[in-house]
Design a protein around this ligand. Structure first.
Ligand code: ADP
Ligand code: MG
Length: 337
């Protein structure tokens, strides 16, 4: 008699879902990242009741082959890495093969996908495949997630108000749009449009779409590089600040990350010009050899380890400092004339 046994796939997926799918915003993040990895140029996000009723994502990406659709919902199944070597130089946003099985284990999912040649539709609820069949569709993937957490009542109970959950969705879509100016995003909640970006590739325009076009006058471009890092982005002048840290977005090779050392490097760049409790609006995009990063730290992939982090932080702080002080000198000189 064994006391120890392997858990069923469905239960194992639900356990993994506990980490990957914390709330509706995590579903949106994972699905939009899949759409971005699929080289989509347009991603439409349609939400009802802050995602607790429905999350629908429609993309025009490469789609999934008919034979792969079922496998895509298995845990640790991915098209994005093949071997250990790839793990050290991940270029895609996904690579763990956890999102689809996790989401499907705690909701009711309808997915329709087409590579342009062949299409498939699948219905999977609580991790069980209800139906899978060929389907006509234009190239791309649409996925509809309903009844999130229907079988995990403890998680459902933990959800905050519609307003809070929607704010989290809106926040993550903003960051993904900032990281991908070449993708046209739309976010609609209960039929009301919350965000639309053009996908024309102008980061400045996306920042205007999100933080207000009138603020662009007080947001300046930064750019610099050294042997290991290339940094670029936009930062607000010291006179344009916010009372929250949430207006700072950092991306590493297109991945939105949370990194306190880099956040601090940005504020350090303002020297003594930021008042206590005030933070800038900033977008910092960092390009580096993926070998210098480890993204396999946490299931949500938002925590990333960076080699030579001190060197990078110094570069960021110095670049912002130099740019802001240069910018501020010009009006001073002009007023003296
Ligand atoms: P991961 O993104 O880590 O590979 P997922 O569970 O999120 O794992 O997705 C599994 C696989 O399904 C992906 O590797 C990809 O091949 C495929 N896939 C998921 N979503 C899409 C999409 N929107 N378009 C094309 N392929 C997709
Ligand atoms: Mg994924």
């Amino acid at each position: 008699m064994h006391k120890i046994h392997e858990l069923s796939t469905i239960l194992a997926d639900q356990i993994a879902a506990g980490e990957v799918v914390e709330r509706p915003a995590s579903v949106v993040k994972e699905l939009v990242e899949n759409s971005i990895d699929a080289q989509s140029t347009q991603i439409d996000i349609n939400i009802e009741d802050a995602g607790l009723k429905k999350i629908e994502i429609i993309d025009d990406g490469i789609g999934i082959n008919h034979d792969d659709v079922e496998i895509a919902f298995k845990r640790h199944a991915t098209s994005k890495i093949n071997n250990q070597r790839d793990l050290f130089k991940v270029q895609s946003l996904g690579f763990r093969g956890e999102a689809l099985p996790s989401i499907a284990s705690v909701s009711d999912v309808h997915l329709k996908t087409s590579t342009g040649d062949e299409g498939t539709q699948i219905h999977i609820k609580g991790g069980e495949i209800k139906k899978i069949k060929p389907a006509e569709a234009r190239r791309g993937t649409s996925i509809c997630v309903e009844d999130l957490f229907f079988n995990t009542p403890a998680r459902l109970k933990y959800m905050k108000t519609i307003k809070t959950e929607l704010a989290k969705i809106s926040d993550i879509v903003d960051r993904l749009a900032i990281g991908h100016p070449d993708v046209a995003f739309s976010l609609v909640h209960n039929q009301r449009e919350i965000l639309r970006t053009s996908g024309r590739g102008q980061l400045q325009q996306v920042i205007g779409d999100i933080y207000g076009a009138k603020n662009l006058k007080r947001i300046i471009k930064i750019e610099n590089s050294d042997n290991d890092f290339k940094i670029s982005g936009f930062v607000s002048l010291p006179e344009l600040t916010r009372a929250s840290r949430n207006y700072v977005t950092i991306t590493l090779n297109g991945r939105y990350v949370k990194n306190y050392a880099l956040f601090k490097a940005i504020t350090d760049g303002y020297g003594s010009k930021l008042m206590v409790g005030r933070y800038p609006i900033a977008v910092l995009n960092i390009e580096l050899d993926p070998v210098l990063t480890d993204v396999n730290v946490h299931p949500t992939k938002q925590t990333v380890r960076i080699s030579k982090e001190d060197q990078l932080c110094n570069l960021v702080a110095k670049t912002i400092y130099d740019t802001i002080y240069q910018e501020n000198l010009i009006p001073e000189v002009m007023t003296r004339d």
